[in-house]
Design a binder for this molecule. Sequence first.
Ligand SMILES: Cc1cc2nc3c(=O)[nH]c(=O)nc-3n(C[C@H](O)[C@H](O)[C@H](O)COP(=O)(O)OP(=O)(O)OC[C@H]3O[C@@H](n4cnc5c(N)ncnc54)[C@H](O)[C@@H]3O)c2cc1C
Length: 399
Amino acid sequence: MFSNQYDVIVLGAGASSLMLAYMAAQRGRKVLVMEKANKVGKKILMSGGGKCNFTNLYVEPENFISHNPHFVISALTRYTNWDFIGLVCEHGIEYEERKHGQLFTLNGAKEILSMLLAECNKTGRVEIKTSCEVKAVTPVDDQGFQVATSVGYFQAESVVVATGGLSVPTLGGSGIGYDIAKQFGHYVHPTRAGLVPFTFSDQFKEVTTRLSGNAVDATLSNDLNSFTEALLFTHRGLSGPSSLQLSNYWNVGQSFHINFLPYLELVDFFKTKKTSQPKVLLRTLLTEHLPKSVVLELQNLIWAESADIAIANLSDEKLEQIAQRLHAFEVKPSGTEGYRTAEVTLGGVDTTEVSSKTMESKKQKGLYFIGEVLDVSGHLGGFNFQWAWSSAHAASQYV
Ligand SMILES: Cc1cc2nc3c(=O)[nH]c(=O)nc-3n(C[C@H](O)[C@H](O)[C@H](O)COP(=O)(O)OP(=O)(O)OC[C@H]3O[C@@H](n4cnc5c(N)ncnc54)[C@H](O)[C@@H]3O)c2cc1C
């Protein structure tokens, strides 16, 4: 039924690709989707702990990191979180709202993937080839492009690069999108792992190892940003939403601060207790607010020499010092867990050389970039998928 000639070839069969494929096909375009893995949408299936945090109730340009922060506005405005929620509802997919407006499916990420595939099928114009690894894209005079793959050559008028970033190679992470961009003269911002746990090699690593499995609500901050969410101690360092979020704003060699008690004004709390419970020890007071094992480690790190002194016998100055360190405990990670576990790749194809309206390359007619391959990364909370949906929709109207 199909020859090797298509209107549109989409490289990769992840979130942005499948979205674009059905929307372009709805416009009458004949679309071929190429995926190197033997299955499509692997990241969708693994996302959100298997429940896919598919979007967020509160999507703002500030939720995205890019060297060109205004780039996202046009696409996000034309295909919003409510458009995607509408699609999810049309398909009868049940979902729930969790903290911070995050929306997750109730019955599993496979429903989101099935929805996209059903939309592709409905058009009758989308062909999906799995185990088809893209090797090279070559422009053909006035006729679009030739795509060389592990299973042969294919031609199309438009080529859409939707191959994602480098994160989690076992789920398809690859650098081919960056190579193609460079080949056509695009600048690619240096990439690094984002939304990724921190690792430590100093004395603090022993602390996190001993506390492994414990979680507290904390604020992690540096000069660039601050996030108050769960902080999880691991055998290798720090994870949990607050760490993943801050990792997007952290570089090797930098330190950051942890506020272990963001909801308590500790100086006032200590002063009140000094009068009302003069004989109490600090660790006893703090175990009302933090797990005991965490308090004992913090005691070792911060007030070991005063551990057994009643609060009434600690000077106000000493209490202020302790409070200050509990509110702003400085740590210096040695690194992150890297692309192996990172949810996203920071950096990527420079967006000043791509149209924010159509996602088309300003350097090569008919070549488009969508999703994570671009220099756009979202915060944790469904923003990366929303970018995949919105950027795909933008390009789908023009490919
Ligand atoms: C474990 C995990 C959990 C996540 N959870 C969430 C979440 O809950 N919410 C959220 O918003 N975001 C989440 N993300 C991020 C989100 O999955 C990505 O941002 C999103 O999938 C990017 O979409 P994309 O279409 O650009 O790329 P992808 O979905 O990564 O798709 C790219 C596709 O291209 C294929 N490909 C690569 N190279 C080639 C080649 N040479 N030839 C052919 N095909 C190729 C890959 O195999 C892959 O299928 C998560 C990421 C991970 C790793």
